[in-house]
Structure formats: C-alpha cells, structure tokens
Design a protein around this ligand. Structure first.
Ligand SMILES: Nc1ncnc2c1ncn2[C@@H]1O[C@H](COP(=O)(O)OP(=O)(O)OP(=O)(O)O)[C@@H](O)[C@H]1O
Ligand SMILES: [Mg+2]
Length: 318
C-alpha cells in the first residue's frame, strides 16, 4: 500500500504540490498584506526579519488558497490575567507552521483557543468554517472532530491495542458508541491503512503501552488522521522523544501537511527543529506575537528575542 493511495484522490487534489510553479506570481491577497503589515510593525530592531517584501516568500504561494484557520486580534484572559493579547494567525492548506515561545508565553492557550477551550475575551477565531466565538448548538462537537490533536504525552489508552487506539479517532463527532464491536469493517480497514502509512502496521495488535515513545506518537498521529481532520494541532509532540525520533515524527507531520493539504500547527521548544521542519514560524512572547515569517527568512538569532529573560527586559526599560 502506498502513501499516495492512502491519502486519497481528494486529498491529493487539494495538496499544494504545485506551489513551486506559482513562485513567480505576486501574492496580493488580503491575508498576505496583513501578514506583511504585521511583520513590519511587530519585528523589533535587530530581529533580522524581512521587510516589506516579506509577503512574497516561498510559503506565500500556499496563501492563494483560503485559510482554514483565521485568528484576528485574539485576546484570552484568565480572571484578570491577560494570557494572549492581540494575536493574529492564518493557517493555509498544506503548510506546517511552528509555534515558538518561552514557557508560559501562551502557545498551548492559542491552541486551546482554536478548539473552544480557552476564555476568549475579544477578537475572532474561525476554524474550518466554524466561528469559535459564536458556536451554534452542537457545533462544538463538529469543531473538535474537524481538529486533529497530537499531544506531548501521546494520550493513548495503554492497555488497548494499537488498532483500537487508532479506531477511537473515529469516535469524534459520532456520539457515544459501544467500543466493543462498535467499529465497522471499513473503519478497521482505514485504521490499518493509516497504521501502514505511519509505519507501524506490524504493531496493530500489540497493546499501546508496549510501544516506544516514537511509535506511540505515530499511533497518536494515525488516530488524529482517523477523524479526517481539516486542521492538525500538535502541542509539543516531540518533547518526550530523543532527537532522531523527533526528526522522524516532525517529518511525518510535514508529509501529512503537504500530501493531504492539512495545515499543521506545531509548538516546539527546540529552535533547530522548528527551523528544519516548518514552512513558517510564529513566535509568542508574553502572549503577544513577536515573530511571524517564513522559516527560510529566519535564523536562530532572529528567534532569540522570544527567549530573552525578564531581567534583560526590565533592564531595557530602566
Ligand atoms: N486554566 C488556566 N487558568 C489560569 N491561568 C492559566 C490557565 N491556563 C494557562 N494559564 C496561564 O496562561 C499562561 C500561558 O500558558 P500556556 O500553557 O499557554 O503557555 P505555554 O506557552 O504553552 O507554556 P509551556 O511551554 O510551558 O507549555 C501562563 O502564564 C499560564 O499560567
Ligand atoms: Mg504549553
């Protein structure tokens, strides 16, 4: 079974495989203009970010499609503490976007905002056609089934088989189902295909707990794909893996983005991984977006201000 066959004709058609051919065409969508404007105003001196030509970067071509996620001027507050402040974000089909920022900068909160789990105080959030700030009756379930999630700790059910863990992805949006014998043959075939795609079909009948961390994360990715997501959010998916496995899991996620046309937002805390495995990087600092740009235009020095410590910051003020 090949990956192409598994991806399905629809997915292949929507993948941005032709992005390279469009490299010459000017990108003048409203989203790109906004991105350009934001870069111009949010990049502090010395960040080394590109200037006004930033919108015409290689990743800008994918923006000719409509974004699947659009966040505008998002603020999130817990009680009186503002955790996200004026965040803008677009995610386009087929791109892998790395989300960076020091601990507490708001990465997980931003991801939670996309699935209706954060107290949004102002701004707009649209995800796969859903207005997250104004969800209709029953729409929360559909929203969450449209968003595949991958977590640092994999969140598998350890005693259940790998196959059953993947099948639980089909429960999203389906309402309560009897787990025993509740899955159709078609579901099982699809789960096996997905396990084949992520390279661990031979482990299908093993209990999830018997797998290595890297293998477990692959199961979790197959589970996310099982729900046929329109967007994938991966919150520190490789933080528990050694560097080699981290690379291979990020390669898999990027392959899914490219081949299936699903945008992947992935938070990372290792800069070289973000630089090696993303099309675009956005960086939060104290809940504000400090960096937004094509990965090809960024380097470690440009990302360093995201991690400047507080004392340094205070010094600058006094
Ligand atoms: N449920 C909550 N109630 C109150 N404050 C919260 C809650 N969730 C998050 N916060 C606060 O919001 C801020 C951002 O947290 P968040 O988890 O988004 O950071 P993060 O960038 O994901 O950090 P890390 O890299 O450690 O995962 C932190 O100051 C945190 O204490
Ligand atoms: Mg977090």
């Amino acid at each position: 079974m090949t990956n192409a066959a598994l991806a399905g004709a629809d997915a292949a058609a929507s993948a941005p495989g032709s992005a390279g051919r469009a490299a010459e065409s000017p990108v003048d969508t409203a989203a790109a203009r906004r991105g350009e404007a934001r870069l111009a105003v949010s990049a502090p001196d010395g960040l080394g970010l590109p200037g006004r030509s930033a919108a015409r970067t290689p990743t800008a071509e994918v923006r000719q499609a409509l974004p699947l996620v659009t966040v505008r001027d998002l603020s999130v507050a817990y009680d009186t503490t503002t955790v996200l402040d004026g965040v803008d974000l677009d995610l386009f089909p087929g791109e892998m976007v790395a989300l960076l920022g020091a601990s507490g900068s708001g990465k997980s909160t931003l991801m939670r905002s996309l699935t209706g789990f954060a107290p949004i105080s102002s701004g707009s959030v649209r995800v796969a056609g859903h207005d997250v700030t104004n969800l209709g009756r029953g729409e929360l379930r559909t929203l969450r089934s449209d968003v595949g999630q991958v977590f640092q700790q994999f969140n598998l059910i350890p005693r259940l088989s790998v196959l059953t863990n993947v099948l639980t992805g089909a429960l999203h949006g389906a309402g309560p189902i009897n787990m025993i014998g509740g899955f159709s043959g078609a579901h099982r075939r699809r789960a096996l295909e997905l396990l084949d795609r992520v390279g661990i079909a031979h482990k299908a009948n093993e209990p999830a707990r018997s797998l290595s961390g890297g293998q477990q994360q692959r199961v979790a990715i197959a589970r996310a794909l099982m729900q046929q997501p329109k967007v994938i959010l991966a919150d520190e998916p490789v933080a528990s893996l050694d560097p080699k496995l981290a690379d291979s899991v990020l390669e898999l996620l990027r392959e899914i983005a490219t081949q299936d046309g699903i945008p992947v937002l992935v938070s990372l805390h290792v800069l070289p991984l973000a630089l090696a495995h993303s099309d675009r990087i956005i960086g939060l600092r104290h809940g504000r977006m400090l960096v937004a740009g094509a990965t090809s235009q960024l380097d470690a020095a440009a990302l360093e201000p995201l991690y400047d410590d507080e004392e340094h910051d205070d010094d600058a003020h006094h």
